[in-house]
Write a protein that binds this ligand. Structure first.
Ligand code: DWN
Length: 394
C-alpha cells in the first residue's frame, strides 16, 4: 500500500528553464502536484503522480554531468575501478548525458543510451549512441546490433524512469550471464539524515534505499550483491546487481547497510512523517532568514541554478523579492529564468561580484568545491547560506 507523507505543493518541471517570461511563455508553463509517498510493502519512496517523461527529457535538457570538477573526477575514478574489478568486454551506460563516464573507456567497447537528443548529439560522434528512452524495445534493438553487455552503468537515471518493471526486464534481457549492473542514485538515508528534501522533484520519481532496491531487483530475477556509500550529490549509494548470486558473494558492507537502514526506520512510515515535519520547519526558517537579511538591505543571490533549488524556491515561494539573480556556469542556463519563480540566471563572471553579500547554495552538494573556488568572496566578508543539514549562514 502507498501512503503519502510529504506535499511539496505545485511545482514546475525542474528542467524547464524559460528563455522569456512574457505573458504567453508563462501561460504555457506546466505545473504538477509534488506529493511523495511510501510503499509499505517494498519500502520504495516515490513521487505519487509522475510526470510524462516525454515532456521532461527533450532536446532542451539543461543539466551537463561534466559541469563540476567533483563529478568529472568521480566518473573517471569509478570507470577505472569498474574496468579493474569486472574486466568487461562490452559496456553500456543508460543515461549517458554528455559522455563524462563513457569517455574513460575504449571507444569500441561502449554503447550509450540517452533520450535527450541535444545530449545524444554530443556523444554520437565518439561512441555508438542510441538517442531513445530505455525500454524492452530498445534493449532488443541494441542486442540485435551488439553482443550481450557485461557491464551496465547508470548514474542518476534509473531513479528517473517511472516504469521499473520495463526497466529491469530490459536490463535482464541484455545483461550477459556473468554481467553486472551498477546503479548510482541519491540515498534515502542521506536525505532523511541531512533534510535534503530538495532531492524530491519531478525527475526523481524514486528515491532508493538498499532495502527497496533489494526488493525490487529480486522481482526481476536479479540480485543485489554489493553496495558502496558514495559522497556524490550529498550522499548516494552505488548498487551492484547480478543475475545469479553464485557469481558474486553477498558483501558484508551490503549486510551492514541493510541493517543500518532498518535501524534508521526506512521500512517504517513513521520515519517519513517525522521527516515531513522537519521539512516544514526548514521552510519556515529559510524564509525567516531571507526576510531578515532583506530588511537589513543585504544583496542575496543564489549559487548554482540546480534542479534541486526548483523544489526549494517553489515550495518556500522564494523569488526575486529575495534573490537578485542566480549565477551558474552552465552556458545553456545563462540568460534564462528559473522554472516557476522566474529568477534570472547570469554567468558567474557577470553576477558573482563585489556587490553580493550573501549567496544561497543551490548547489550545496558541491559546497567543498565552491568554498575552495570562492576564497576571495569569503575573505572580503561574503557569506553563504544553506538549508542542508539545517538552515544557517556558513
Ligand atoms: O539527478 C540529477 C542530477 C545528478 O543532476 C538530474 N536529475 C538533474 C541534475 O540535478 P541538479 O541540477 O540539482 O544537479 P547539480 O549537479 O547539483 O547542479 C549543479 C549546478 O550548479 C549546475 O548547473 C552547475 C552549477 N555550478 C556552478 O554554477 N558553479 C556548479 C559548481 C560546482 C560551480 O562551481
Amino acid at each position: 500500500m502507498k501512503k503519502n507523507f510529504l506535499n511539496l505543493g505545485n511545482q514546475p518541471i525542474a528542467n524547464s528553464f524559460l528563455s522569456s517570461i512574457s505573458r504567453s511563455s508563462l501561460k504555457k508553463e506546466y505545473f504538477y502536484k509534488l506529493i511523495i509517498c511510501f510503499n509499505t510493502k517494498n519500502f520504495l519512496v516515490s513521487v505519487k503522480d509522475p510526470v510524462n517523461p516525454k515532456i521532461q527529457y527533450t532536446d532542451q535538457y539543461a543539466h551537463r554531468a561534466s559541469e563540476s570538477q567533483t563529478m568529472r573526477e568521480a566518473f573517471r575514478k569509478i570507470a577505472i575501478k569498474l574496468q579493474k574489478r569486472f574486466k568487461p568486454k562490452k559496456v553500456m551506460e543508460i543515461g549517458s548525458n554528455d559522455g563524462v563516464f563513457l569517455k574513460n573507456f575504449p571507444k569500441k567497447k561502449v554503447v550509450a543510451v540517452e533520450p535527450c537528443k541535444n545530449l545524444a548529439n554530443l556523444t554520437k560522434k565518439k561512441f555508438k549512441t542510441y538517442p531513445f528512452f530505455w525500454n524492452k524495445k530498445l534493449s532488443k534493438k541494441i542486442l540485435n546490433e551488439n553482443s550481450k553487455i557485461d557491464l551496465i552503468f547508470s548514474s542518476n537515471t534509473i531513479s528517473h524512469i517511472p516504469n521499473l518493471k520495463e526497466t529491469f526486464q530490459a536490463i535482464y534481457d541484455i545483461l550477459s550471464n556473468k554481467g553486472v549492473l551498477v546503479i548510482e542514485d541519491p540515498s534515502l538515508s542521506s536525505i532523511i539524515k541531512i533534510n535534503s528534501y530538495d532531492q524530491f522533484y519531478d525527475e526523481h520519481v524514486y528515491v532508493f534505499s538498499a532495502l527497496s532496491i533489494k526488493n525490487i531487483v529480486e522481482e526481476f530475477n536479479l540480485k543485489l550483491f554489493d553496495i558502496e556509500k558514495i559522497s556524490n550529490h550529498g550522499g548516494s549509494l552505488r548498487y551492484y546487481v547480478c543475475k545469479q548470486e553464485k557469481n558474486y558473494k553477498l558483501s558484508s558492507r551490503l549486510k551492514k547497510i541493510l541493517k543500518d537502514e532498518t535501524k534508521l526506520g526506512l521500512n517504517n512510515f513513521k520515519t517519513f512523517k517525522k521527516f515531513a515535519n522537519r521539512v516544514y520547519k526548514s521552510k519556515k526558517k529559510l524564509v525567516a532568514l531571507l526576510k531578515r537579511l532583506k530588511k537589513e538591505n543585504k544583496k542575496i543571490i543564489s549559487y548554482g541554478a540546480t534542479y534541486k533549488s526548483t523544489t526549494v524556491f517553489n515550495y518556500c515561494k522564494i523569488g526575486t523579492e529575495y534573490f537578485s539573480y542566480i549565477t551558474d556556469t552552465t552556458k545553456n542556463k545563462q540568460g534564462k529564468f528559473t522554472p516557476g519563480m522566474h529568477i534570472p540566471i547570469l554567468p558567474p563572471e557577470k553576477g558573482f561580484n563585489e556587490s553580493v553579500d550573501y549567496a544561497y547554495l543551490g548547489a550545496w552538494n558541491f559546497k567543498k568545491e565552491i568554498m575552495k573556488k570562492e576564497k576571495k568572496f569569503i575573505k572580503r566578508g561574503g557569506k553563504f547560506i544553506t538549508h542542508v543539514p539545517d538552515v544557517r549562514i556558513v
